[in-house]
Design a protein around this ligand. Structure first.
Ligand code: SF4
Ligand code: SF4
Length: 350
């Protein structure tokens, strides 16, 4: 007897419908040519044929693009605030890739450890992650440089590996094991199924050929902070569109706005981007008006400042910021081309 289970792909619709009775289920979905996680519609399993990864990362389910924080009313006595009803409904993300599951763990640091964000946390603690091993990564993926593999299961509840007409299913957390134990249509996997899954995982890992050297990356970046010449060259082609940050699964900057119409209002937060020229605009000055400073901030925040604060690099190597940048800006080229001269200077100083 093995520790794993298996499920037939042809039974996927039944499985998702069964899970839908307990959870709001999200699956990979294509709308107007853009892949994102969307609510399971009860029938479409075409993602089994086309899914590689989503364009919009699953972080949008836990930390939405725009979210109402509270509503308020203004009358003669002042403002009256109404908080939204506590959102404790259970949800399940089917097919999250290992890099995107790790991204949620990275987001936990600012939203859970630095302070407790109730909007994020209510969704995070009520979400089950069903991971899907990545058999067909893009040439822009470099997850293995960040300690993640295409079959990494440490950040999900259940892990699926494509072994042909079936998925091998591994229960990772207690929640995942409980879920699969009560799910119908699941069979015991055989030793030959597990051997097939091992082959698939090894083959997937070999497909990740893009690499960066993350060892001492902070020590390489920080001495280059004032190297304007380098950052100007790196930033030259960026058009400050913000796509890389909006689609990045680990970016978490947001803006807060009040909408007030005839005494009725809502306070909303929405994603923001350090790529935008007005992101740091203040009444007296804008410390990042020049583009090179903003590009520097994006790179250094992920690879130097975030690890200084939370002990983890805020990048999973998902490659979206390379794949989807309209001018082909490439973070791996930036990190692999840090000027050696400045690095040598640091080594001498130490
Ligand atoms: S997606 Fe590309 S062009 Fe747009 S802000 Fe990011 S690096 Fe610049
Ligand atoms: S910085 Fe780029 S590669 Fe890294 S997690 Fe964000 S989008 Fe993915």
């Amino acid at each position: 007897m093995t520790n794993s289970k298996k499920i037939n792909k042809k039974d996927m619709g039944k499985l998702l419908n069964e899970w839908s009775r307990e959870f709001t289920v999200f699956v990979p979905s294509m709308e107007s040519g853009v892949a994102a996680m969307a609510r399971w519609d009860g029938k479409d399993t075409s993602f089994l044929d086309w899914y590689r990864n989503t364009v919009v990362s699953p972080k949008a389910i836990i930390f939405p693009h725009m979210e109402e924080m509270f509503s308020f009313q203004k009358d003669k006595e002042g403002y009256h605030i109404e908080l939204p009803a506590s959102d404790e409904h259970k949800q399940l993300i089917f097919g999250i890739r290992p890099c995107d599951a790790r991204a949620l763990n990275i987001l936990d640091a600012p939203f859970k450890d630095a302070y407790e964000d109730p909007y994020y946390l209510s969704k995070r603690r009520n979400t089950v992650l069903v991971g899907w091993e990545c058999t067909n990564p893009y040439d822009t993926c470099f997850c293995t440089s960040l300690g993640i593999s295409p079959s990494e299961s440490t950040d999900v509840d259940l892990m699926l590996t494509d072994i042909g007409d079936q998925f091998l299913v591994e229960g990772i957390t207690e929640a995942g094991k409980e879920l699969i134990a009560k799910t119908g249509g699941v069979e015991e996997a055989t030793e030959s199924d597990e051997a097939r899954a091992r082959e698939v995982k090894e083959a997937s890992a070999r497909k990740i050929t893009r690499k960066i050297d993350t060892e001492d990356i902070k020590k390489k970046l920080l001495p280059n902070l004032e190297n304007q010449n380098y950052w100007e060259k790196i930033a030259a082609k960026c058009i400050s569109c913000g796509i890389c940050t909006f689609l990045c699964p680990t970016c978490y900057c947001f803006d807060i706005n009040d909408e007030l119409v005839k005494g009725q209002g809502t306070r909303c937060r929405s994603w923001d981007s350090c790529a935008f020229p007005i992101y740091t605009k203040m009444p007296m000055e804008n410390p990042r008006e020049e583009k090179w400073r903003r590009v520097r901030q994006k790179v250094c925040h992920k690879y130097a400042f975030h690890p200084m604060n939370f002990d983890i690099i805020a990048c999973t190597g998902c490659g979206r910021c390379i794949r989807l940048c309209p001018v082909n800006w490439d973070i791996t080229q930036t990190l692999n081309s840090l000027p050696a001269k400045v690095q040598l200077k640091l080594e001498k100083q130490e």
